[in-house]
Design a protein around this ligand. Structure first.
Ligand code: SAH
Length: 207
């Protein structure tokens, strides 16, 4: 899988190494294990999916870009099965990962148990208002796309921090999603629109 990612032009050695050391097959159902190392998203229950490895790799590269070494605290919105949180844990000091669906929050806890990653904090709740207790964050990464990036996320980003999230309306036409990169600089907010992506929707409230 990592070789294929590198062939796609993904070059951040630390991200590739982290992805090479977290076994993705442990995060999907038994029936899907033989597809776990293909570059495809897979169902994880409750209508949600584990993101494509290529997209996880790309987003983590963007998050780290220009900032070599370990990141500080990172907030992840959308724990899902916990795969990306596990990869993140190898790249930053602390991971705060929030999930709005109780069933998936519990599944992620179960999936991550054997890894004993002391720096991953799984939180059950709506990630729309962010998680102020862990702020400010060196990085914020969302695995679900809304119409805009909630202001709370930008507020909780440290100066020098970067946010990577899929967004739809306002940036592109008719429901299409793109990756948005937001840098909080001492001079203010800088926004870059990247390539088109496809993520599950960002939803309010818990279930
Ligand atoms: N990073 C995950 C991808 C999960 S898909 C993985 O590696 O498996 C995105 C997840 O975002 C879904 O589980 C969905 O329930 C969750 N989500 C959507 N809106 C949310 C919100 N407002 N707060 C927290 N989680 C949310």
């Amino acid at each position: 899988m990592v070789t294929k990612l590198a062939q796609q032009g993904l070059t951040d050695a630390a991200v590739l190494q982290a992805m090479g050391s977290i076994e993705r097959h442990r995060f999907v159902d038994t029936a899907l294990v033989n597809q776990a190392y293909e570059d495809t998203s897979l169902p994880i229950g409750l209508g949600q999916t584990i993101s494509k490895p290529g997209v996880v790799c790309r987003m983590l590269e963007l998050l780290r870009q220009g900032r070599p070494g370990h990141l500080g605290r990172v907030l992840e919105i959308g724990t899902g099965c916990g795969y990306q949180a596990a990869v993140l844990s190898l790249l930053c000091q602390e991971v705060y990962s929030m999930e709005r669906l109780r069933g998936l929050h519990d599944k992620a806890r179960e999936n991550l148990r054997h890894l004993r990653l002391a720096n991953v904090h799984l939180l059950f709740g709506d990630g729309m208002p962010g998680y102020a207790k862990g702020a400010p964050y060196a990085g914020i990464i969302a695995a679900a796309g809304g119409e805009a990036v909630p202001q709370a996320w930008i507020d909780q980003l440290a100066v020098g921090g970067r946010l990577v999230a899929p967004v739809s309306a306002g940036v592109t036409s008719a429901g299409k999603q793109v990756l948005l990169v937001i840098d909080k600089t001492p001079q203010g907010i800088r926004q870059s629109v990247m390539e088109g992506v496809y993520f599950v929707p960002l939803k309010s409230g818990i279930a």
